[in-house]
Design a protein. Structure first.
Length: 343
């Protein structure tokens, strides 16, 4: 039989000697009792034990533990072949998490629209490696390139505007660091998806960073988040439940999409610029990327096996419970004598 975790059986080298030792100690206790106590004294001092019931009880305990151990080793059934298409694209997502991503010109706010869109985009991938860098005044590798899409989906829950220690929009530095993180592989296309509102640029020029990406043959797809009219940035609620917004010099700050640089960055690298107005825009982005990227789609055959551990686990638990219902004390029925009938 094939097992998914055969290393579990190494526990037998520990459990078997321990079980033998306890059986030995139990036998020695009964032998010593017989040496020092006669049968009548033993029955008065100790309650009567049924060796047959005790044998069945401990046999069921050992059998149940063995079945649970087999279940932990994951016995496998018949093989199941699956085919998975691998497009061979390395995708590094570069996400703006500056405080302006809280702006409410998109509902419920910019970050929530982006979060849902990125999740839909990740769910549509198959075999591509994807990573994520978040940035504001500084950047941070939130997730290296991976095919573990579920882990990346969980990481999205912890991404929120204002999470970086320094505010701002250091887009150029984030692009450069993303270029450094994408491994060069001749058979793979390497692309970057830059998601930002494009405001308050600082540090390295995004144009210079885009030229560096072009030299490395990395295409950048830019996504502008927000509207030209812009939106206010909520900062909290007052004691009456009313929302108050970020202000500067006693005036409410309005964050507006600045996409001029984003269009230039996409143009330099041969990518494309998009404006996100709803989460559905990410589906268009994915479709266009598939059409624009010249990749050799590969079909990978994976052999999976049926999991057959459940029957062993259920029987192990059932026998373990049953073993605790069997007493080792011999049941002695009282003698009932029928009364003699008077003649």
């Amino acid at each position: 039989m094939r097992y998914g975790n055969p290393e579990v059986f190494w526990l037998l080298f520990i459990l078997v000697p321990v079980a033998v030792y306890f059986v030995y100690r139990l036998v020695m206790i009964f032998i010593n009792l017989r040496k020092f106590l006669d049968k009548k004294t033993t029955e008065k001092v100790l309650y009567p034990v049924s060796y047959a019931q005790a044998g069945v009880k401990y046999f069921l305990i050992v059998l149940s533990l063995l079945l649970i151990l087999i279940a932990a080793a994951r016995p496998l059934g018949k093989p199941i072949e699956e085919e998975q298409e691998l497009s061979g694209i390395d995708i590094m997502m570069v996400l703006d998490v500056s405080y302006s991503m809280f702006a409410v010109d998109l509902q419920p706010n910019r970050m929530e629209v982006v979060r849902q869109g990125v999740r839909d985009f990740i769910a549509s991938l198959s075999g591509d490696r994807v990573g994520m860098i978040v940035f504001a005044g500084v950047d941070f590798v939130q997730c290296p390139l991976t095919t573990d899409y579920e882990a990346l989906d969980l990481i999205m829950d912890g991404i929120t505007p204002g999470m970086m220690p320094k505010e701002g929009t250091a887009m150029g530095l984030a692009i450069k660091d993303a270029v450094d993180r994408i491994e060069e592989k001749a058979e793979k296309s390497r692309i970057m998806i830059l998601i930002t509102d494009g405001e308050s640029l600082e540090g390295m020029s995004p144009i210079d960073a885009a030229k560096l990406a072009k030299e490395k043959d990395i295409r950048i797809y830019t996504i502008g988040v927000g509207t030209e009219a812009g939106g206010r940035i909520p900062e909290g609620k007052d004691m009456f439940g009313r929302t108050y917004y970020k202000t500067y010099n006693n005036e409410i700050v309005v964050s507006r999409l600045d996409d001029s640089v984003l269009k230039q960055v996409a143009g330099i690298t041969g990518g494309k610029y998009y404006r996100v107005t709803d989460p559905g825009a990410f589906a268009d982005i994915n479709r266009d990327i598939r059409q624009m990227e010249d990749n050799k789609t590969k079909v990978k055959k994976n052999t999976m096996y049926e999991e057959n551990y459940t029957a062993f686990l259920y029987w192990g638990i059932l026998l373990f419970i049953l073993s605790h219902l069997i007493p080792v004390r011999r049941i002695v029925l009282p003698d009932f004598k029928l009364p003699k009938l008077k003649k």
